[in-house]
Design a protein around this ligand. Structure first.
Ligand SMILES: Nc1nc2c(ncn2[C@@H]2O[C@H](COP(=O)(O)OP(=O)(O)OP(=O)(O)O)[C@@H](O)[C@H]2O)c(=O)[nH]1
Ligand SMILES: [Mg+2]
Length: 303
């Protein structure tokens, strides 16, 4: 008898959601960077084992967002992911504090599915983070969860990076997955997204690594053409920025920066696709796109 279920992975930005998903799938599906608010859209990761299938929903970090623009869109993506799953994994960075977790707790209060509290980054506990601090935060959260009558299934200390505790977490989560036909009949399928989405994401991840603290948040990537029948595969992409000054930063003096971004992205995409590619990059200004829903539509971030 087949089993199938959905698990939404939610938490504050930078709590380690995408890292955990990648670890469980054994591949770099969802991009990870040291900067907060890396994930922008929901990404499904499909784990099929034996007769069972879990569809994980990786979500953008939940935070208090201004209305009407990209940040609101990102939080809505997380909110919508909480509508249908069989189980919710709530990830917490041990460096966080109760007050920072309140926007997440507010959303979880409306979750119809039971929640597993995951104190993540266990490898840092007793090192960068004092053990007493992590334990205190966990106790505060359990209390807040109880007060809000959020349905708690269990709580664990884990590390998505070192895998500590993840096997046990998965084992106990399988118990919540009901019998039923798979959502995705092909056991080899790892995501719902087409290859070009992951290619765009690889380019976006390079922007987070290679540009400063602010410009990556004003960048979006659109794949204009993806010719699979050529050798090497030919990919043309546009990097959208919000202002002329940002265009200058992305291109760099004498085109040095864009060249560096292109080389680095090409290597990552080749790793992902397992074959050589040609990558053409252009930079375009789309004025104030992050604060304007129409522009978000034009970039294809929202339908
Ligand atoms: N030490 C340690 N670092 C981790 C762990 N999990 C994630 N990280 C790091 O935390 C940072 C953020 O990780 P992500 O997986 O991108 O976090 P996220 O929750 O998906 O972040 P957003 O997409 O911005 O919401 C990266 O630098 C990761 O390497 C962990 O278990 N231990
Ligand atoms: Mg993420």
């Amino acid at each position: 008898m087949q089993k199938a279920g959905m698990i939404a992975i939610v938490g504050r930005p930078n709590s380690g959601k995408s890292t955990l998903l990648n670890t469980l799938l054994g591949m770099q599906l969802s991009i990870v960077t040291p900067k907060a608010q890396t994930t922008r859209e929901r990404v499904l990761g499909i784990l099929t084992e034996g007769e069972g299938q879990i569809v994980f929903i990786d979500t953008p970090g939940i935070h208090r967002a201004r209305e009407g623009g990209l940040n609101q869109f990102m939080v809505d993506q997380a909110r919508e992911a909480l509508e249908a799953p069989h189980l919710v994994w709530y990830l917490v960075d041990p460096n966080s504090a109760l007050e920072h977790e309140l926007p997440v707790l507010d959303l979880l209060q409306r979750s119809p599915a039971p929640v597993i509290l995951l104190m993540n980054k266990l490898d840092q506990v007793g090192k960068q983070v004092p053990e007493i601090r992590a334990k205190m935060l966990s106790e505060q959260l359990l209390k807040a969860i109880g007060e809000r009558k959020i349905q708690l299934s269990s709580s664990h200390f884990i590390s998505g990076l070192s895998k500590a505790g993840t096997e046990e977490l998965l084992k106990s989560s399988w118990d919540s997955i009901p019998e039923g036909p798979w959502f995705y009949p092909d056991p080899e399928q790892a995501s719902d997204r087409p290859t070009r989405f992951f290619v765009a994401e690889q380019i976006r991840s390079r922007l987070f690594y290679l540009l400063g603290e602010e410009v990556p948040y004003s960048c979006a990537v659109d794949i204009e053409s993806f010719q699979e029948d050529t050798k090497p595969i030919r990919i043309e992409a546009v990097i959208y920025v919000e202002r002329e000054s940002q265009k200058g930063i992305v291109i760099g003096q004498g085109g040095k920066k864009i060249k560096e971004i292109g080389q680095s992205a090409r290597k990552e995409i080749e790793k992902f696709l397992g074959q050589q590619i040609f990558l053409g990059l252009r930079v375009k200004v789309l004025k104030e796109w992050t604060s304007n829903l129409e522009s978000l539509k034009r970039i294809g971030l929202i339908p």
